[in-house]
Design a protein around this ligand. Structure first.
Ligand SMILES: *Cc1c(COP(=O)(O)O)cnc(C)c1O
Length: 424
């Protein structure tokens, strides 16, 4: 207790009990994350100072060129995630000497890029995933916590030396884009317009360095309910032979480069009959995320029997999901008063297996914009098959059901809430 933290953590493991070892390792991890984030903030501040004198993104300069060949709408029941797009796209170019140029809405079209453009060689690409909703009562268009997506996109862009921008300016421009293409959004609950803001480095060079030019664009795809016939619980394969993200890495950023390497493990899991990978980290086999969603576990405390909702802490390896944050916020507001504990903490695969064996595992679900929640039925881990607590006849647990309803009611304006931002 008297030793300074770092010194304590360098003591040999043999002098400490297993429990102490775990606590100290968690502390070291949190410390290294703090170290990285402090260093990172300093670095980012320098980059921002460099750019401060350049013109920012300016919605008042928007130029709109409307399509002369409007697309035929796809019938609601035939909508497939990310397959069809609206009539237009929003683009804003940036150069190191001129800053952000005038934003443009144009007909949806191919990009024309030199084969030597840096995005193709060194993965200068970051993206976002968010949705616009049409309120069934009054046809207003709404976004859900868009400032969170903007902050995250700026963090992703800055990490790969791409320019940052005013989140308010881009939200404003996205609003104009959504209004123009709103005929693509059915005004029925469950339907929405999936928005894909993307930023790429466009400099034509094979030299490895900060791009001198960039393009930020937004495309939009109308989507139907993720579960058209009601929830369908998924089965996971706990994955230890491949690692999605690591301390000091970029797992907390939505960089395209994070996703391609996850496809082979996903195919392997699919071959064995599992829908998604449950990404584990380290010798302790901490649970991190599921596929491209954050993971939530509901369990009862061994001693007190108190119900607890747990998700992994934001230590730099976890994507800061908007849905994750919303689930945590709602749980603190609406479940804690009912006696629940809400925790962002490390949880090992072993802890889940123990909870299951002792009948304390209540439910497990993924959380992300596409599905809101994805209930989990089984997790394959080593030679075991862990049953996550769903009855054979159910596809979702109580908390997953509750969260989906609470969040959807806010998104579609059934419940007025500051998280729902009306496009005017
Ligand atoms: C996008 C994403 C999430 C979910 O984030 P939301 O903002 O809730 O959609 C979670 N994990 C990963 C790895 C992601 O890419």
């Amino acid at each position: 207790m008297l030793l300074p933290r770092l010194l304590r953590s360098s003591l040999p493991y043999t002098t400490r009990s297993l429990r102490q070892t775990q606590t100290i390792e968690v502390q070291v991890k949190a410390q290294s994350t703090r170290y990285f984030s402090t260093q990172w903030r300093l670095h980012q501040q320098l980059a921002e100072d460099d750019m401060a004198h350049l013109p920012g993104m300016d919605p008042s300069k928007l130029e709109v060129t409307k399509t002369i060949t409007p697309k035929q709408l796809v019938p609601n029941q035939d909508l497939v995630f990310g397959r069809t797009f609206t009539d237009h796209m929003l683009s804003i170019e940036w150069t190191a000497s001129q800053g952000w140029l005038a934003p443009r809405i144009t007909p949806y079209q191919n990009l024309s890029l030199d084969p030597a453009t840096c995005v193709f060689h060194y993965a200068f690409e970051a993206f976002e995933g968010m949705k616009a909703y049409k309120c069934p009562h009054d046809n207003t268009l709404r976004l859900f916590r868009p400032e969170k997506n903007m902050a995250r996109m700026n963090g992703s862009a800055a990490r790969i030396a791409l320019p940052t921008f005013s989140g308010d300016a881009l939200i404003n421009l996205i609003g104009e884009f959504c209004k123009l293409d709103q005929r693509f959004i059915p005004s029925e609950k469950g339907y929405s317009l999936y928005l894909r803001p993307t930023i790429i480095g466009t400099q034509r060079t094979l030299g490895v360095g900060p791009p001198g030019s960039a393009l930020l664009y937004v495309i939009a795809s109308p989507v139907g309910p993720y579960y058209p016939t009601g929830f369908k619980a998924i089965n996971l394969e706990a994955t230890d032979y491949a690692v999605r993200a690591w301390p000091g890495g970029v797992g907390n950023k939505k960089l395209g480069a994070n996703y391609a390497p996850c496809i082979v493990p996903q195919l392997k899991a699919a071959k064995r009959g599992f829908h998604q990978n449950l990404w584990l980290f380290g010798e302790e086999e901490y649970i991190t995320e599921v596929g491209t969603m954050n993971l939530f576990v509901c369990l009862k405390d061994k001693e007190t029997g108190q119900k607890e909702l747990v998700t992994a802490p934001l230590d730099g390896t976890i994507l800061e999901g908007v849905t994750r944050d919303s689930v945590l916020g709602l749980a603190k507001e609406r479940l804690e008063p009912k006696g629940w504990k809400v925790s962002e903490r490390y949880l090992r695969m072993q802890d889940i297996a123990e909870a299951e064996a002792e009948g304390r595992l209540l439910e497990v679900f993924g959380a992300g914009t596409a599905a809101i929640v994805a209930p989990v039925r089984k997790i394959s881990w080593k030679e075991k098959m862990i049953d996550c607590g769903l009855k054979e006849t159910e596809e979702a647990g109580e908390i997953a059901n509750q969260m989906k309803k609470w969040i959807e009611d806010i998104q579609y304006g059934d419940e007025e809430h500051p998280w729902s931002v009306t496009i005017r």
